[in-house]
Ligand binder design. Structure first.
Ligand SMILES: Nc1ncnc2c1ncn2[C@@H]1O[C@H](COP(=O)(O)OP(=O)(O)O)[C@@H](O)[C@H]1O
Ligand SMILES: [Mg+2]
Length: 558
């Protein structure tokens, strides 16, 4: 089934590689069920791979998946990074394995990328820059980074996309899309993971990331949101040399987030840094609605006790104001102990039209009970999220990806914050932002805007609706709700209407005949052409006959 849909021999070769790797890591059964076994049997390799698979079978499944994905290359490494945000679908052991995914590909020698750089710049790099380090500063699956110096003296980095990587990724995306279709149709247990949707969203996100200019647009947007906050620094972009395959940015020389020993040695105040970082992430998420979605110590530098530098804006999350207000609803539902409110927000997010069971509501209630009365400072955000997400998974309530990215961002904030300051707690930091958001939600101008949009769209009203009505609204929105309006009298009414129209028409014609004939008959003889008087007689006769017919038909219809 696969063979027929593949466009090129190259895709077939890649499919063969994917199937071999999956078998080797113990996913032979999946390979067969996806209909890939035939690809390998043709190559006569199956048995030998299975032997190797038995060795790797000792590893736990999340670890095996991680290693297989690393071996499958950049597309799958990025896929793993995206999956690592899906706390609504995968348990924590898988999330952890996905988060660890790394692609330790060796950097290409500068000679291998020099041609592409020249194409993009329209001249040799050495003619444009005062100096370029041919030894890479860093290399990752999609790009490698080289230091350079501008003729004007500034130090910059060139982030260069690996030549040919786009084709490799596009080919993988074609295969992934097909695999997702087969998995969703043929493997009932795969459905709950929404493979088609995951691959679709993933394809968008990786294509965005492939465009290195796009990364700089994101960086500038976020830099603009922080223009009044000197504590956050985003490297400057040099647009004159930036394009899809290469960007040029100001070189950051501060202490890397991965080297906390250096931070201590420099005497930077970790507590303050944690606070600055937390406020930045919370501002991006709750105030600006555009946030760095891949914040980890590798993408952060510390400039002083008072300044944090962020880099690498390839993946940003965007979260609408409406969505932020829904979060307020979820939280107020929890704080005010209204499990119904929490459940209806979750239903809204999952797009599930099923009526929430009393069981779900009582589980949410139990979860709220657990944290109720716990002082804010002692609330464990990660534990709380994990309770909530495990309920989501059990009830198969998937979340939209903006929210899963947000949860991931807050979880990594929690981790980075604690690394810097063991006493750090994300809930306390988040409180002022959430309070602010609550004010914004209920501020007069928001209420006025809502009123303008019409009461039906007022979110409170919708979430406050009884669940049956809620289900109807969901179905309508999905276009699955059809109105079957039956007006029994309608056909009869239309018949009668058409009869009346016929009668009126005949009446008008009759009146015209009578008048016309009368005029003809009363005119003086010499002016009437021969025979026309007979026509006027006919007109009268017709009017009489028509009139009789009308009287009869009205009498017949009562
Ligand atoms: N502006 C910069 N200044 C200094 N180092 C940088 C800069 N941009 C990237 N790097 C280095 O290159 C590495 C990879 O770049 P990054 O933008 O994070 O790409 P990736 O998306 O592959 O993680 C970073 O971890 C950092 O070490
Ligand atoms: Mg990075």
């Amino acid at each position: 089934m696969f063979l027929k849909t593949l466009s090129t021999a190259r895709d077939l070769g890649r499919l063969h590689d994917i199937a071999s790797i999956l078998i080797r890591f113990g996913f032979g059964d999946m390979v067969r069920r996806l209909g890939l076994g035939a690809v390998l049997e043709q190559a006569g390799k199956l048995l030998h791979l299975q032997e190797e698979a038995e060795e790797l079978a000792q590893l736990e499944p999340p670890e095996r998946i991680r290693r297989a994905m690393e071996e499958l290359g950049p597309t799958f490494v990025k896929l793993g990074q995206v999956l690592s945000t899906r706390v609504d679908l995968f348990s924590s052991d898988y999330i952890e394995a996905f988060s660890k995914l790394q692609n330790n590909v060796a950097a290409l020698p500068f000679a291998a990328i020099a041609g592409q750089i020249e194409e993009d710049l329209g001249d040799k790099a050495e003619n444009i820059f005062a100096q370029v380090d041919t030894k890479p500063l860093a290399s990752a699956s999609m790009a490698q980074v080289h230091k350079a110096t501008l003729k004007s003296g500034e130090s910059v980095i060139l982030k260069v996309r690996r030549p040919g990587i786009k084709d490799v990724i596009e080919a993988d995306l074609r295969l992934l899309a097909r695999l997702a279709e087969v998995a969703e149709d043929e493997m009932s247990e795969a459905k709950q993971y929404q493979p088609r949707k995951i691959v679709r969203e993933f394809a968008n996100s990786i294509r965005n990331e492939l465009d290195l200019a796009n990364e700089c647009l994101n960086a500038e947007q976020i830099a603009d949101n922080f223009k009044d906050e000197p504590s956050i620094v985003v490297p400057k972009v040099y647009w004159q040399w930036t394009s899809e395959r290469m960007n040029v940015q100001e070189l950051v020389t501060d202490l890397p987030g991965t080297d906390l020993a250096a931070v201590d040695a420099a005497g930077y105040d970790r507590k303050t840094l944690a606070k600055i970082g937390a406020n930045a992430i919370l501002k991006m998420v709750f105030e600006d609605g555009v946030f760095h979605a891949d914040l980890h110590p590798g993408n952060v530098f510390y400039r002083s006790s008072a300044q944090v530098v962020m880099i690498d804006f390839g993946m940003v999350g965007r979260i609408s104001k409406a969505r932020r207000f829904q979060l307020v609803d979820l939280l107020t539902g929890m704080v005010q102990r209204q499990p119904d409110k929490v459940v209806s927000t979750l239903m809204l997010w999952s797009g599930d039209s099923a009526i929430p069971s009393a069981e779900l509501t009582s589980e949410i209630d139990a979860m709220i009970e657990k944290v109720h009365g716990v002082p804010l400072k002692s609330l464990n955000f990660v534990a709380l999220t994990s309770d909530l997400t495990s309920i989501l998974r059990r009830y198969k309530l998937a979340l939209p990806s903006d929210l899963t990215m947000l949860i991931k961002a807050l979880i990594s904030l929690d981790g980075m914050g604690r690394q810097l300051d063991p006493e750090f707690d994300v809930v306390t930091s988040a409180k002022p932002f959430l309070t602010q958001l609550m004010w914004a939600k209920y501020a007069p101008n928001e209420l006025a805007k809502k009123a303008q949009r019409g009461a039906a769209e007022g979110y409170d009203l919708v979430t406050g609706l009884p669940t049956d009505v809620w289900k109807l609204v969901k179905l309508m929105r999905k276009g699955q709700f059809k109105f079957h309006m039956q007006v029994e009298e309608m056909e009869h009414f239309l018949d009668r209407l058409s009869n009346s129209i016929t009668r009126i028409t005949i009446g008008i014609v009759m009146a015209a005949l009578i008048m016309g004939s009368s005029i003809v008959m009363t005119a003086s003889g010499g002016q009437i052409p021969i025979g026309l008087e007979y026509f006027s007689m006919l007109g009268f006769a017709g009017a009489v006959i028509g009139g009789l017919w009308m009287i009869f038909s009205i009498w017949r219809d009562k």
